[in-house]
Design a protein around this ligand. Structure first.
Ligand SMILES: Nc1nc2c(ncn2[C@@H]2O[C@@H]3COP(=O)(O)O[C@H]4[C@@H](O)[C@H](n5cnc6c(=O)[nH]c(N)nc65)O[C@@H]4COP(=O)(O)O[C@H]3[C@H]2O)c(=O)[nH]1
Length: 559
């Protein structure tokens, strides 16, 4: 289940790795653009408040001075005083004495002026500010009023430009608007003003970034608004960089995910991959007929060659391959390769047999029979060159069915051996039930055959039973010449072990077969039991290189 999900997980990780930076980059840029626009608008708003406050404070000062000077009507003294103040203050449009209707009864011009005014905002006991819409004014502005101690109401009318100072920056002024309002929401002014005919004043700002600043002494606020789209457009280059960055992250995520998967993929995923790339290769260990001293065949043993050339032994992967069912295609692959590699050896040695290891699931159907026929027929190798081994180490699920498949294999000329005999739990019952041709005695029982000549009663009993049942006996794991002598004396026909050779790849095995055209066990050595074990084997071109250890330094674990 996990194995099947693994590629999906990798794709998911890679996709997240690809999408996350893109979203994050986009989100960060948006955040930055918004923050920047908000900060810019806030700065403008604060500055506009500052300038309007200065103008109002200045107007209040003017009223204070005129009040202190005792101004109460537009007599010659009053006009002179008002004009004097006006000329000194460019932010003031006009100064006058107000009548009860908030119009200038008279002004510095010396004439009356009528205003439309809004609710006054009181800033001190005797001072208030009102918004003025005068017929002779294009824009709204503010009127600062002061009640003097002699009961007159003085008014200072600010210029619209002094109230709403247009300090919008050149780059964004085409899209930005500003509004001044009293805190009761009464509109004081806008930039641009409606009178200017600027389209910004009439079209509402979409998706506005809006920042405000307020004047606490005079109770008004300035709000500056600009469309986000305009700020965002100025981020185009950064957006391109972010997009390229996310593509790069996507590629890195994919590469990382695939490297991670390669390194940490579960064993069965790696086996599957190795199967696809043909990384399983056959190694061959000679099986010697110890009566004639000749190589009678070989056991085909699977090795997994990693891309770095290191060999992984079967103990690291066979159990997993069996549990996942991958052992079936792996066996097919090994059989096909072994048949191709040793075709000429079979042709040159009519009695030579290649022994393949099978597992329980091979005996579920006759498929293994047709597989063997197909592989060997295609190469014109007669089937009497083939034998198979079924291990006793793990119990067969269906002995009856296995027996039928074994019969069919035997009917086409394939010999069947029971491997690891003595290690399983089925006892000798298997021997009879399965009807195999050969038993292979496990190394465990061969090991107990000591140098001092003390033998193994178990081996002797097995040999005697096998002979009575008409079966051949192969001793596995023969490492010493004493074991060889002992086994031969007890009637064991064949032996396999490091004494004759370790499992080796094709080229070495073929070289061995060429050298060992005659008996591999030296006749002279056979009669001389005093010479040390390996020295008794024939040396020279025809000898089995008992010391050849091609794998020992290069095998690895499948971690
Ligand atoms: N110490 C010692 N060891 C010796 C000696 N002579 C042979 N051996 C080792 O004993 C094992 C004999 O193979 P096996 O009993 O079929 O046991 C095999 C077999 O059960 C399984 N195996 C190997 N190849 C295949 C395969 O193609 N298919 C299946 N299903 N199983 C395989 O893996 C097992 C182990 O294989 P290998 O590691 O190649 O180990 C081999 C061989 O290298 C000796 O004198 N001394």
């Amino acid at each position: 289940m996990f194995t099947r999900l693994q590629p999906l997980l990798v794709i998911a990780v890679a996709s997240i790795g690809a999408i996350a930076p893109a979203l994050l980059g986009h989100g960060l840029l948006m955040f930055d653009a918004r923050s920047r626009a908000e900060a810019e608008n806030a700065t403008i708003a604060a500055e506009m408040v500052n300038r309007a406050e200065t103008a109002i404070a200045n107007a209040i000062d003017v009223t204070a001075r005129l009040s202190a000077a005792g101004l109460s009507d537009c007599n010659a003294f009053g006009l002179a005083a008002m004009r004097n103040e006006l000329f000194r203050n460019y932010t003031i449009r006009s100064i006058g004495v107000l009548d009860g209707t908030d119009s200038f009864a008279c002004s510095h011009y010396g004439r009356q002026e009528n205003f439309g005014i809004t609710n006054p905002v009181t800033v001190a006991e005797d001072i208030s500010i009102v918004v003025v819409e005068a017929s002779n004014l294009a824009d709204r502005t503010l009127l600062v009023r002061r009640e003097t101690h002699n009961g007159a109401l003085l008014g200072v009318l600010l210029t619209p430009q002094a109230v709403a100072v247009d300090i919008l920056p050149r780059v964004s002024r085409d899209h930005t608007v500003a509004e001044l309002r009293f805190t009761d929401d009464t509109l004081i002014a806008t930039i641009p003003s409606p009178a200017s005919g600027d389209s910004r004043a009439v079209s509402p700002v979409d998706d506005a970034i809006s920042s405000s600043a307020c004047s606490s002494p005079y109770g008004f606020c300035v709000t500056v608004m600009s469309p986000f789209a305009v700020t965002w457009a100025s981020y185009r280059n950064l957006q391109i960089v972010a997009a390229l960055g996310s593509v790069l992250c996507a590629v890195l995520a994919m590469v990382g995910a695939s490297l991670f998967q390669r390194r940490f993929a579960s064993l069965d995923v790696r086996i599957r991959r190795a199967l696809k790339s043909g990384a399983f290769e056959p190694h061959y260990q000679p099986i010697v007929d110890i009566r004639t001293g000749r190589i009678a065949g070989c056991e085909v043993l699977m090795r997994w060659r990693r891309p770095d050339g290191v060999l992984i032994p079967p103990s690291e992967f066979i159990d997993k391959a069996e549990a996942t069912g991958l052992i079936l295609p792996m066996t097919d692959q090994i059989m096909r390769r072994a048949a191709e590699e040793l075709r000429d050896v079979c042709a040159a040695n009519p009695e030579f047999r290649l022994a393949f290891n099978l597992v329980d699931s091979h005996f579920d159907s006759f498929k293994i029979v047709t597989t063997i026929e197909t592989i060997f027929d295609r190469l014109a190798i007669p089937l009497h060159h083939v034998s198979v081994e079924v291990t006793e180490r793990r119990p067969l699920k269906n002995v009856e069915r296995a027996r039928i498949v074994i019969r069919r294999l035997q009917s086409i000329g394939v010999k069947v051996a029971l491997d690891d005999v003595g290690t399983g739990h089925s006892g000798l019952a298997h021997l009879q039930q399965l009807g195999v041709d050969t038993i292979k005695i496990d190394k465990f029982f061969i090991d107990v055959i000591a140098k001092d000549g003390s033998g193994s009663p178990f081996v002797e009993s097995l040999v005697s039973i096998a002979h009575r049942l008409g079966m051949d006996v192969v001793a596995e794991g023969v490492e010493t010449y004493d074991q060889l002598l002992y086994l031969r004396e007890r009637g064991v026909q064949k032996a396999q072990g490091y004494l004759f050779g370790r499992p080796v790849p094709k080229s070495e095995f073929i070289a061995l077969m060429e050298r060992a055209a005659g008996p591999v066990i030296d006749e002279a050595a056979r009669s001389d039991a005093s010479v040390a074990g390996e020295a008794r084997l024939r040396r020279g071109p025809a000898a089995v290189p008992a010391t050849a250890r091609p794998e020992s330094s290069r095998t690895a674990v499948a971690s």
